[in-house]
Design a protein around this ligand. Structure first.
Ligand SMILES: NC(=O)c1ccc[n+]([C@@H]2O[C@H](COP(=O)([O-])OP(=O)(O)OC[C@H]3O[C@@H](n4cnc5c(N)ncnc54)[C@H](O)[C@@H]3O)[C@@H](O)[C@H]2O)c1
Length: 218
C-alpha cells in the first residue's frame, strides 16, 4: 500500500536544509501540500533569508508537488501565527506539523553565554511550543491533526553538519552504530515522519532512530 497525503496540508519548520528538507520532500512526494518554513539564517541562528525555503519549494514543484515558502522565525509567535493563517487561507487547513527547526550554539558549560543558552531555548523549546499552539485549535476543530517533534538523534544522520567531517571521521562514527554499522541517511529520517503522520494509532510515542545504540551493552 502506498501512503498518500493528498488534500492534506503540512508545515515543516526548518525545511530549507538537512532533515527538515527530507521531511518536506517526503510529505510532498506523497501528495501533501507543504509549507516549507525556514528562517534561512546561519547555523547559529543569526541572519535570515528566504532562499533556502524557496530552493526546496522549487525542488518540490519540479517533482510535480505543491509547496509554498515561508520565512517565519519559529521563536516569534506573531510570525508563526501568520504562517498558519496564510496556509489555512490558501489551502483550507493545517493538518500536519513537523517541528524540526533548530540552531547550533554548541559550547562547553563554562564558555556558554547566557544569550546563547536563551536563544537555543527560544528556538528549540519555545519555538516548538509556538508552532504546536498555533496549529492546535484548527486541528481540534477539524478533528484531525498530526504533530511530529524531532530531537537530537539526528546527529547519527548524514546531514550537512556531519558531511562537514572527513570520510574517515564519518566512518569511525558510523562504526559505533550497532546496526546497521553506518550513519543514517536523511531520507531514512524523513520516511519515519511519513509513517508517524499516517498512522492514527501512533500517539504520544517517543521513537528513537538511533541504530540500536540504546540497546548496546555499556
Ligand atoms: N544534524 C545533527 O547532527 C543534529 C544534532 C542534534 C540536533 N539536531 C537538530 O535536528 C534538527 C534538524 O537538524 P539539521 O541537521 O537538519 O539542521 P540544519 O541546520 O541543516 O537545518 C535546520 C534548519 O532550521 C532553520 N532554522 C533555524 N532557526 C530557525 C527559526 N528560528 N525559525 C525557522 N527556521 C529556523 C535553519 O535555517 C535550517 O535551515 C534541528 O533542530 C537540529 O538542531 C541536529
Amino acid at each position: 500500500m502506498t501512503i498518500r497525503f493528498d488534500d492534506r496540508v503540512a508545515i515543516v519548520t526548518g525545511a530549507g536544509n538537512g532533515l527538515g528538507r527530507a521531511h518536506a520532500l517526503g510529505l510532498a512526494s506523497r501528495g501533501a501540500k507543504v509549507v516549507v518554513n525556514d528562517f534561512g539564517g546561519a547555523r547559529d541562528g543569526t541572519g535570515g533569508s528566504l532562499t533556502p525555503a524557496e530552493t526546496v519549494v522549487e525542488e518540490i514543484r519540479k517533482a510535480g508537488g505543491v509547496a509554498m515558502a515561508d520565512g517565519a522565525d519559529v521563536s516569534n509567535y506573531e510570525q508563526v501565527k501568520a504562517m498558519v493563517e496564510r496556509a489555512t487561507r490558501e489551502w483550507g487547513s493545517v493538518d500536519l506539523l513537523c517541528a524540526n527547526a533548530g540552531i547550533l550554539r554548541d559550547k562547553s558549560f563554562a564558555k556558554m553565554e547566557i544569550a546563547d543558552f536563551a536563544k537555543v531555548l527560544d528556538v528549540h523549546l519555545t519555538g516548538t511550543f509556538y508552532c504546536c499552539k498555533a496549529v492546535w485549535d484548527g486541528m481540534r476543530e477539524r478533528n484531525y491533526g498530526r504533530i511530529v517533534l524531532t530531537t537530537s538523534s539526528s546527529g547519527l544522520f548524514l546531514t550537512p553538519l556531519l558531511m562537514g567531517l572527513n570520510e574517515e571521521a564519518r566512518k569511525s562514527l558510523g562504526a559505533q552504530v550497532p546496526h546497521p554499522a553506518r550513519l543514517g541517511h536523511a531520507s531514512e529520517y524523513g520516511n519515519l515522519a511519513v509513517h508517524i503522520v499516517e498512522n492514527p494509532m501512533l500517539n504520544g510515542e517517543t521513537i528513537r532512530l538511533d541504530g540500536a545504540i540504546r540497546m548496546a551493552p555499556r
